[in-house]
Design a protein around this ligand. Structure first.
Ligand SMILES: Nc1ncnc2c1ncn2[C@@H]1O[C@H](COP(=O)(O)OP(=O)(O)O)[C@@H](O)[C@H]1O
Ligand SMILES: [Mg+2]
Length: 287
């Protein structure tokens, strides 16, 4: 598979040379592949937001490179601008950045900036609204008349309307109730499938990413200690615990069973996998 986004030896230091200097990323080599659904996981302050803000050129590396489709995004201003349109970033708590008088105008803001014609903008606003589950009659409302969860949908729609090749979402489910979480994750999955886009989902919840993503990148203390499929990542149980990242509950139960002497593969992470593994054991009369 071809890497659509890459960082090479990416280092970022906030307020370098001042008493507030803070090293946030150290020589990070990161890749995202075209069409994959990637998770970035790490606890608060590990460097997740700093990393993703480099991927669309919002932050400039202190040293190292960011490549989009194989080219350095900072090599010329046209390329930086193109990257900002093609790598869409939904900030954490994006609902606080709505500012237009109507939901429609808020969603249309990005496509308008891209210089698209009215008809194309209109098509994109309706399609993006549909993806995030907003009804047509909500488009003419003020964003401030909507609930918190609906406002967040408007903000996500605003980025989707730019039809980015890569859609990055920084903790999009933070602060939502379980129904809201499922619904937003479902919208993202639908968008991924319909557009064959690359999705990068940032999260601090293992349970959430375990059942959502194809591949996981772990961020800890400004570095990427390991990455891989969820199954591969959860094999590092003790290291994850040490980073303050719990492994999913099912994985923990299976590790416990193994420690108790049950001959079982502990690399399960969903209830479905656990059920299949336990039924197989029962079938063989081993439990
Ligand atoms: N604007 C900033 N100025 C100074 N330090 C910052 C700034 N933003 C983040 N940091 C620091 O950089 C580190 C990484 O932060 P961040 O990328 O926001 O982590 P995460 O998204 O994983 O919570 C933290 O120590 C944080 O305090
Ligand atoms: Mg963050």
């Amino acid at each position: 598979m071809e890497a659509i986004l890459e960082t090479k030896q990416l280092t970022h230091t906030y307020s370098a040379g001042t008493p507030f200097e803070r090293s946030a990323l150290q020589e990070v080599n990161f890749s995202a592949y075209a069409g994959e659904y990637l998770g970035i996981i790490g606890h608060t302050g590990s460097g997740k937001s700093t990393l993703i803000q480099h991927l669309n050129g919002l932050l400039k590396p202190t040293s190292g490179q960011v490549l989009f489709q194989g080219e350095d995004i900072w090599s010329d201003p046209k390329r930086t601008r193109r990257t900002r349109f093609q790598v869409g970033l939904v900030f954490q708590y994006p609902e606080y950045q709505l500012f237009e008088e109507t939901v429609y105008k808020d969603i249309a803001f990005g496509p308008k900036n891209m210089g698209l014609d009215e008809q194309e903008i209109d098509r994109r606003v309706h399609e993006a609204a549909y993806f995030v589950g907003l009804r047509d009659d909500q488009l003419n409302k003020s964003p401030f008349e909507l609930s918190g969860g609906q406002k967040r949908r408007v903000a996500i729609a605003g980025v989707i309307a730019m039809e980015p090749k890569v859609l990055i979402l920084d903790e999009p489910t933070a602060g939502l109730d379980p129904v809201g979480v499922e619904s937003i994750l479902g919208n993202i999955r639908d968008y991924h499938q319909a557009h064959n886009a690359t999705i990068i989902l940032v999260s601090h919840s293992m349970e959430e990413v375990a059942r959502t993503v194809d591949r996981l990148v772990v961020v800890n203390d400004g570095k990427i200690p390991f990455h891989g499929t969820p199954r591969e990542v959860f094999c590092h149980g003790a290291e994850l615990e040490a980073m303050g990242l719990g492994v999913p509950q099912m994985t923990r139960v299976f590790h416990r069973l193994k420690a108790m002497g049950v001959d079982i593969d502990p690399s399960v992470y969903t209830i479905e996998q656990a059920k299949a593994a336990l039924l197989a054991k029962l079938g063989k009369g081993e439990l």
